[in-house]
Design a protein around this ligand. Structure first.
Ligand code: CMP
Length: 135
């Protein structure tokens, strides 16, 4: 049975800054994810804090919000068969040091903070995150 999903992807400031957006988009396309909508924006510290609210109790929350709002990002709606899981597989582990070969974070990530991409981790969060940027 087919399971077409949508997920939210963000190309983070470290990757936009190094002109990696097109290379990263190619990885999605190679894995049969379609970019349904996309925009390059810079968000405020407050917007980043709202976006990452699920992490508000974590010790890295402040750093994370400062970082996501520190420069331009590309936000995208990706669509395809099992898009949420497929995207997470293409991204690789959160920490680039732990990521498998061939994944975006292994290839381009600098550190656990500057890990080049974000992707929704569940259907619930995908809906919320898509609405956050595209509504
Ligand atoms: P992301 O998928 O955008 O979701 C939350 C981000 O927090 C994560 O990627 C990392 O960039 C960042 N982060 C920083 N420290 C940690 C940590 N110890 N565990 C998980 N995420 C972390």
């Amino acid at each position: 049975m087919s399971n077409i999903e949508q997920t939210l992807s963000i190309i983070k400031p470290d990757a936009v800054e190094r002109n990696l957006a097109e290379k990263i988009k190619e990885k999605f396309l190679e894995n049969e994810l379609i970019i349904k909508n996309q925009k390059k924006i810079q968000i405020t510290r407050e917007e980043a804090a709202e976006f990452y609210k699920v992490h508000q109790t974590k010790p890295f929350y402040d750093r994370l919000c400062n970082y996501l709002s520190s420069g331009p990002i590309v936000v995208m709606i990706l669509e395809g068969e099992n898009a949420i899981t497929v995207n997470r597989k293409i991204m690789g582990a959160t920490d680039p040091k732990q990521a498998d070969d061939g994944t975006i974070r292994k290839e381009f990530g600098i550190s656990i903070d500057k890990n080049s991409v974000h992707g929704s981790d569940s259907q619930d969060n995908a809906k919320k995150e898509i609405n956050f940027f595209f509504s």
